[in-house]
Design a protein around this ligand. Structure first.
Ligand SMILES: NC(=O)c1ccc[n+]([C@@H]2O[C@H](COP(=O)([O-])OP(=O)(O)OC[C@H]3O[C@@H](n4cnc5c(N)ncnc54)[C@H](O)[C@@H]3O)[C@@H](O)[C@H]2O)c1
Ligand SMILES: O=C(O)[C@H](O)COP(=O)(O)O
Length: 596
């Protein structure tokens, strides 16, 4: 048996948006969602929907009919467009989900105003830069997007702008419509044989690259996280940022707007470009320093630009950039095809409905994406994890304060083969919910643990044998606390509980140093006693007097006639009097009642 210890700072960020690691995870289709009802919110909202009532979904921007129909089959749908921030904040407290496109700022204020009711934000599109992800995560609100349905539309728009810019289509069209016939003014440039640098080789970027290859362009790409073989497969060379800038005749932007891509094209980077370069932007306006672009256009470094997106949308009427004669503009139309909008609407409606049902959406951007097969395998352990967390925290003596929790996973699987994020989140939920008004889910578990100063470390025990089951047992220990049930303290001084899955059901198999075996259902009475005949009967008859159904009993003893721990499963909570009577049985040294 070998022991591997993971690093102690396990407060992994669950904010996966736009991070390289998120990209490397397999893209899951919307159908790959599994029920994880354990994550269903225990609402603390002042405005919670009445139990059993349909949830309310606020659709704040126009959404395709097919998506609306899908939503209406499950929820009350309120389509209210063009809300001011104030109106949105007022409405949101009565909504369980919100669906937006890029035109609505889902700010911290929106989450705060929801008073805990908002459970899901659906972004009907890709870019989530208009949603305050940190605030969503802190409020345990899952953010889902529709990452695939508008890819082709955006790529086609990029290519349309590229060609329109190169051949002055927009300018020539406008001049002809005012009666001019300017054939020599609008001589364009050819695309064939020119070098196009695609910055951001993700979904849209690679589709643009594929299409540009078809136009006879030489395509290079820069993307710090893209795989070279994926680029090579479509005949694209991955190059450094500086190489892309200095060799390109055309540059097309396709990265998300993040802190590191904001104003990535600026005075300094324009200065590195070939004189006469042409720029297309269908990503986000904020990736370009727009004032610097105007300067680069005026100086001739940039011959032309074609822009679908702007730092401020809509841009000011007197925007020098928009009015520049060498600039072609569209009002954020990249995703606006009939086909893409229907696809996006369905994609987001499915994700939002799934998330409202408590399922884990494959397109969640602020929760770990866990492949479906992993989810289904871990399902019983997810329940076990929460119950162990819930049980162990009830063993802590009042006033002790839980600061340091160690979770040990014993498995024959190699550490890389066991994704413990779900389990850690559920243990956190079990630990924190009984002692606070917070609700914890996969989205906010790490945040809440950190906020409450609970440090959760994880350790792996690598077992020999066949790794058919993902886990053999889970042990949860709380250090530096006193216990209201002293027998729960292990030889090493922590409160310790251990559980396994037997026939698909979570079982408590160890408390402190005592082996027990009770299924973790209903509630539990733990008694430490002197091992002697008649104890089970004595306790059973006290409970029987109060008509409490005993579901199981198990005795774990150190040695015959020595100390033993008896675990009694009960379907109902015994009254104080019955518990007192149990405590008064002479052979019982201590006992505790625990709700699972
Ligand atoms: N105009 C529109 O209507 C429209 C439509 C769809 C998408 N978009 C925007 O297009 C962009 C790309 O969308 P996508 O679906 O292809 O996303 P994606 O996540 O598939 O691809 C983004 C790529 O950018 C890369 N990247 C991140 N930082 C980078 C950096 N510093 N330099 C170079 N590359 C970097 C990532 O590794 C990733 O491969 C997003 O900003 C999205 O919001 C706009
Ligand atoms: O990020 C996106 O998906 C696009 O920018 C589309 O935005 P829209 O939904 O506002 O058209």
């Amino acid at each position: 048996m070998a022991t591997t210890t993971t690093p102690t700072s396990r407060f992994l960020s669950v904010t996966a948006a736009a991070s390289p690691s998120r990209r490397r995870l397999p893209l899951l289709s919307p159908s790959l969602r599994l029920p994880l009802r354990q994550f269903r919110r225990i609402s603390v909202s002042a405005h919670a929907a009445p139990l059993g009532a349909k949830p309310t979904v606020l659709v704040a921007e126009k959404l395709g009919e097919a998506g609306l129909e899908l939503l209406k089959g499950f929820a009350n749908v309120d389509c209210s467009y063009n809300l001011t921030q104030e109106e949105l904040c007022t409405k949101i407290s009565l909504c369980d989900a919100l669906i937006v496109r890029s035109g609505t700022k889902v700010s911290r204020e929106v989450f705060e105003s929801s008073a805990g009711r908002l459970r899901v934000v659906g972004r009907a599109g890709v870019g989530i830069d208009n949603v305050d992800l940190a605030a969503a995560t802190e409020h345990g609100c899952i953010v889902v997007n529709a990452p695939t349905a508008n890819t082709v539309a955006a790529a086609e728009h990029g290519i349309a702008l590229l060609a329109a810019m190169a051949r002055n289509i927009a300018q020539a069209d406008a001049s002809l419509k005012v009666g001019k016939w300017l054939r020599s003014k609008y001589v364009g440039v050819s695309l064939v044989g020119k070098t196009l640098a695609v910055l951001g080789f993700g979904k849209v970027g690679s589709e643009v690259a594929r299409r540009a290859k078809g136009l006879g362009m030489h395509v290079i790409a820069h993307d710090p996280y893209a795989a070279a073989d994926r680029a090579r497969a479509i005949g694209v060379d991955l190059v450094t940022f500086d190489e892309a800038l200095s060799t390109a005749d055309f540059i097309s932007l396709h990265m998300p707007l993040t802190a590191s891509t904001a104003k990535i094209l600026n005075d300094e980077t324009f200065a590195k470009m070939k004189k006469g370069v042409r720029i297309v932007n269908v990503a986000r306006g904020g990736v370009i320093d727009e004032e610097a672009l105007v300067r680069a256009l005026d100086s001739g470094i940039v011959a032309q630009a074609a822009l679908d997106v702007f730092t401020e949308e809509p841009p000011p009427a007197d925007s020098k950039l928009v009015l520049h004669e060498n600039v072609t503009v569209t009002p954020h139309l990249g995703a606006s095809t009939a086909e893409a909008q229907e696809g996006v609407a369905v994609e987001i409606a499915e994700a939002v409905v799934g998330a409202l049902k408590g399922e884990l959406a494959a397109t969640a951007v602020n929760a770990p994406m866990v492949p479906a097969e992993v989810l289904s395998e871990l399902a019983p352990f997810v329940i076990l994890a929460e119950k162990l967390g819930r049980l162990v925290v009830q063993l802590v003596a009042g006033g002790s304060g839980v600061k340091s929790v160690k979770v040990t996973y014993a498995s024959a699987r190699a550490p890389d083969d066991l994704d413990t994020r779900l389990l850690r989140a559920m243990i956190t939920k079990g630990l924190i919910e009984p002692i606070s008004s917070a609700f914890v889910n996969l989205v906010n578990a790490d945040f809440i643990a950190k906020q409450r100063g609970v440090r959760i470390t994880e350790e792996r025990i690598l077992l020999d044998g066949s790794p058919e089951s993902p886990l053999e047992y889970i042990q949860v220990q709380i250090a530096n606390v006193e216990s209201k049930f002293a027998s729960a303290i292990s030889e090493t001084g922590e409160i310790s509980v251990e559980g396994r899955i037997k026939d698909g059901i979570p079982h408590l198999t160890k408390v402190g140093s005592f082996q027990v075996d009770v299924s973790m259902e209903g509630s539990l009475i733990l008694c430490r006693q002197v091992d002697q005949p008649g104890m089970i009967g004595t306790v059973g008859s006290i409970l029987g007097e109060q008509n409490i159904n005993v579901s199981f009993m198990s005795v774990g003893r150190i040695a015959p006639r020595k100390q033993a721990v008896m675990a009694i499963g009960v379907d109902e909570e015994p009254c104080k009097e019955s518990l007192k009577k149990i405590g008064e049985i002479p052979a019982i040294d201590e006992f505790v009642f625990l709700k699972l």
